[in-house]
Design a binder for this molecule. Structure first.
Ligand code: NAD
Length: 319
């Protein structure tokens, strides 16, 4: 990418999620420059100072509060600006408020940075990814959302606990909406190539239906539980942002379930949702086909429809 500095990242929105992501990115050693932007400039300055004071224990880099003109050469712009869920609120409840914020933020990014990758994190992330594509005019491969990368991490963590195995050896995806209609793709789940049910039985678990339902519900309700207890979720998503940025900057061709606009994927088009995708220096470089059971397929169609209805309702006049 010409005119782009592969060692530079920007974070727009420095609340719980933006500041935790900035901290994780500082620790990653992936970048030598990071610009923090927030409507509250003092907040961005405070976070830049606080995070910079950890640099003697990490790797050298410049971390500054800035403005959109400072991000013209950033390889990745992480967008977390937007209100978070309050206790009892769903992600889709945030749509009007945060679509309004995106309508002002995304064109300002696109005015100054034409070649970077937009990584959308604010919720509802699928709807805002769709909006960001429209408001930026960027090619689709360079606008995608963290999607169900976090939900998938939660699934791997819970399965790892259940089966007493390293969660990195668990291969399973949450797909669809990052939200209430998400789907655990159980039919393709495995532990290092061993079909999930076989591994469960090796570990003395035989009640598969009950366990799958309990774990999938646990994943889906994670954010609600955390928000009820501490007001916001941010460490898990910060690590997800770090992982996605790593896959881009190192051109890893890693498969991650990010949210991107679909084209006849299981018959789904013109809606952003999460399916396993190949992530490298050009952003989303392709989709990794996943086979689904009939029931998973049905749930995926329902998830796409739920999202499409919200997009049509909230964004139609604008996009
Ligand atoms: P927060 O309220 O702590 O922070 C939001 C920040 O955005 C604030 O600092 C605010 O000043 C800033 N902001 C608002 N409007 C802005 C604008 N126009 N320009 C620049 N900055 C602006 O909220 P949070 O807890 O950090 O959550 C941020 C978003 O991330 C929420 O939408 C939340 O739901 C979402 N989130 C997503 C995931 C995920 O998996 N995708 C996980 C957790 C949270």
């Amino acid at each position: 990418m010409e005119g782009i500095n592969n060692r530079k990242v920007a974070v727009v929105g420095c609340g719980f999620v933006g500041s935790a992501s900035a901290f994780a990115l500082m620790e990653s050693g992936l970048f030598s420059e990071m610009i923090l932007i927030d409507a509250n400039h003092d907040k961005a300055e405070g976070e830049a100072l606080d995070i910079s004071h950890g640099l003697p224990f990490a790797k050298p880099m410049q971390i500054c509060a800035g403005d959109y003109k400072d991000i013209s050469d950033a390889a990745i712009v992480v967008v977390t600006a937007g209100a978070g869920q309050k206790p009892g609120e769903t992600r889709l409840d945030l749509v009007k408020k945060n679509a309004g914020i995106f309508k002002s933020v995304i064109p300002q990014i696109a005015e100054h940075n034409r070649e970077g990758i937009l990584l959308i994190v604010a919720n509802p992330v699928d709807v805002l990814t769709y909006a960001a594509k429209k408001y930026s005019g960027f090619p689709e491969n360079r606008v995608f959302g963290s999607g169900t990368t976090l939900d998938t991490a939660r699934l791997k963590y819970l399965l790892g606990q259940h089966l007493e195995v390293d969660s990195r050896s668990v291969h399973a995806f949450i797909i669809g909406e990052h939200g209430d209609s998400e789907i655990a793709a159980w039919s393709s789940a495995n532990v290092s190539g061993i079909p999930l049910n076989d591994f469960c039985e090796m570990r003395g678990h035989f009640n598969h239906e009950e366990a799958m339902e309990r774990i999938a519900e646990g994943v889906k309700n994670s954010a609600y539980r955390i928000i009820e207890k501490k007001g916001a979720t941010y460490y898990g998503i910060a690590m997800s942002v770090r992982r996605i940025c790593e896959a881009i900057i190192r051109d890893e061709k890693t498969i991650l379930p990010v949210s991107c606009i679909q084209h006849d994927n299981h018959g789904i088009s013109d809606v952003a949702l999460s399916m396993p995708a190949i992530i490298g220096k050009n952003g989303v470089e392709g989709m990794a086909p996943i086979s689904l059971s009939e029931n998973e397929e049905k749930k995926l169609q329902a998830s796409a429809k739920a999202l499409k209805d919200v997009i049509d309702d909230a964004l139609e006049q604008d996009c």
